[in-house]
Design a protein around this ligand. Structure first.
Ligand code: MN
Length: 222
């Protein structure tokens, strides 16, 4: 091996170990999806899914980790970070809030989707019928909330003290009261490529790819 090659290998080894160290140091990573980008077609198109997960969601993860660097919070869980925003210095608080919220919201959003057409079942069906009268009136109320969210934001199904509630948040804000069971992203990046300005059509299509099994597990874990 020539000296040039040896030095090159050493530098490479050093850089690889550095990036491994940096990767292991962060708690916050992009969760893998348990379905493929194309699996939600025709309701949510492959290109939207790919951009949404590999660029937008990844972007929130990267920006959160960048904001956390040097803060002493690098090895803390996302839940812990979001619960303690008031403890962050002002210089990074907004970045941590926005990007931490972005990660949390998209984690729940993507894990609640799946390619298998499903109806509500078990406890989640019981809960929805008890709190909203019927599955149809729940979907109507949730859809209205999602449609009515002005600008970028989210619609949520929350569990709070044994009751199910619908609410909306703006930007990447995370609801502070209760436990999130299901959420719908109504930022334009979630639907514009396929549905353009037709948010109502996107909401209708999204019901077809909700994984009610997963949503039910969230409810049981409350
Ligand atoms: Mn999004």
């Amino acid at each position: 091996m020539s000296w040039g090659l040896r030095i090159y290998s050493c530098i490479n080894l050093y850089l690889n170990s550095r990036s491994l160290y940096v990767t292991l140091n962060y708690m916050i990573t992009l969760p893998k999806l348990d379905y493929k980008y194309e699996d939600l077609e025709p309701y949510v198109d492959k290109q939207t899914m790919e951009l949404h997960h590999s660029k937008h969601h990844q972007g929130y993860v990267d920006k959160l980790n960048a904001a956390l660097t040097g803060s002493g919070w690098e090895d803390k869980s996302l839940e812990e970070i979001l619960k303690n925003l008031d403890k962050f210095p002002e210089s990074i608080r907004t970045a941590v809030k926005n990007n931490g919220g972005g990660v949390f919201n998209h984690n729940l959003f993507f894990e609640s989707l799946g390619p298998k057409r499903m109806d509500l079942l078990g406890k989640i069906q019981e809960g929805v019928e008890k709190n909203f009268g019927s599955v149809d009136s729940f979907k109507e109320e949730f859809g209205k909330a999602a449609l009515g969210q002005f600008g970028s934001g989210w619609a949520w199904l929350m569990s709070e003290q044994g009751k199910l509630k619908i609410l909306t948040t703006g930007n990447q804000d995370v609801p502070l009261m209760g436990k999130p069971i299901l959420n719908l992203d109504v930022w334009e990046h979630a639907y514009y490529l396929k549905y353009q300005n037709r948010r109502a059509e996107y909401i209708e299509a999204w019901w077809q790819v909700v994984n009610w099994q997963k949503v039910g597990e969230k409810l049981l874990a409350v």
